[in-house]
Write a protein that binds this ligand. Structure first.
Ligand code: AVI
Length: 320
């Protein structure tokens, strides 16, 4: 008799859910409790992040956009013609448009993002705008070792990693990511945007906006756990907490339990005391010299750095 094959390979969505379940359980078991900020970015979280980028207090996005648009010509000369632009954590693809405008002869564009649905929609819009550009989106977690679609022979790969997302890695993860990127981009280079150390009051305001969008972004992690994993987080019983840890030069975001409570996932319970937190994000701030030392250790060369007049943000060209 003819045997029908029963497909048992899990879908990308199932795999993503399993990874979230595993990491959240590990976070709840741990002391201190800590989860990767990559889990913020489901479709709702990606939309909230786009709103953060437009908040008056959140200076990084508009400052970096101003640097990119004012220096586009100079930046394009370093990138050179016929490069394939590989963007790590592409999100909504706003920033790369400035770059692509200055690179009419770009060979192609490979946006990489963990949020598949969001990426597919953004890539579709970009294709419609630029029919001549080969757009090849890759849904992947670029914090892990990964493979890219084969580049055409002789094409230089140039990485684009804006927004200070590098700062969301721990120092060891940042070092590992940059080392992998230096190998992936050998012969090309990396255009890297990082936020700079500054007055803590400015930093504090950027992560505690008056419209409370950042709070909603932080709490979305719990909504996601409830929706995807059947957790029973009482979202209103966790406060958004964001503060600058000066010795470690980083903003920390936490979800702080407002009372003693027990949270369940799949029949297992975890107790939170009043005031106890789940640490959801670090956002490291850099000095130009510190970033350059990190890049050198990862195997990059050192190119020019562009900053705004207030030295809030920096964009680095790192030849690979
Ligand atoms: C994506 N990343 C660089 C943002 C940051 O500033 O660290 C994420 C963010 N978290 C709170 N507000 C924005």
């Amino acid at each position: 008799p003819h045997l029908h094959e029963v497909s048992s390979a899990p879908s990308a969505e199932q795999l993503a859910r399993q990874a979230f379940a595993r990491d959240l359980v590990q976070a709840l078991d741990g002391q201190p409790r800590r989860i990767s900020p990559k889990y913020f970015y489901d479709a709702a979280g990606s939309q909230l992040f786009d709103r953060i980028c437009e908040l008056p207090e959140y200076y990084p996005t508009r400052t970096e956009l101003a640097i990119l648009s004012q220096r586009a010509g100079e930046i394009a000369r370093h990138i050179g013609p016929d490069a394939e632009i590989v963007e790590f954590g592409a999100g909504s693809l706003h920033k790369v448009r400035l770059l692509l405008d200055a690179l009419p002869r770009a060979h192609g564009y490979v946006p990489i993002d963990i949020s598949g649905e969001h990426l597919a929609q953004a890539a579709q819009r970009l294709r419609a705008e630029r029919p001549g550009l080969a757009v090849r989106p890759v849904v992947a977690d670029y914090s892990q070792p990964m493979r890219l679609p084969e580049a055409a022979p002789g094409v230089r790969r140039v990485g684009f990693f804006p927004g200070s997302t590098l700062g969301n890695f721990d120092p060891a993860e940042a070092q590992a990511f940059l080392s992998r990127a230096a190998q992936l981009l050998r012969g090309g280079g990396l255009l890297l945007g990082v936020d700079l150390v500054k007055d803590p009051a400015v930093l504090h305001a950027a992560y505690n906006d008056s419209q409370r969008v950042t709070a909603a972004f932080n709490r979305n992690l719990l909504l996601r756990a409830n929706a995807e994993l059947g957790a029973d987080f009482d979202v209103d019983a966790f406060a958004h907490s964001a503060f600058y840890n000066a010795p470690l030069a980083r903003i920390e975001m936490h979800l702080q339990s407002l009372r003693a409570q027990t949270v369940h996932i799949g029949g297992v319970g975890w107790r939170f005391e009043e005031g106890e937190t789940l640490h959801t994000e670090n956002s490291h701030k850099f000095s130009v010299e510190g970033l350059r030392a990190l890049a050198l250790r990862a195997g990059f060369g050192i190119g020019p750095v562009w900053t705004d007049p207030e030295r809030l943000f920096s964009v680095h060209w790192l030849p690979a």
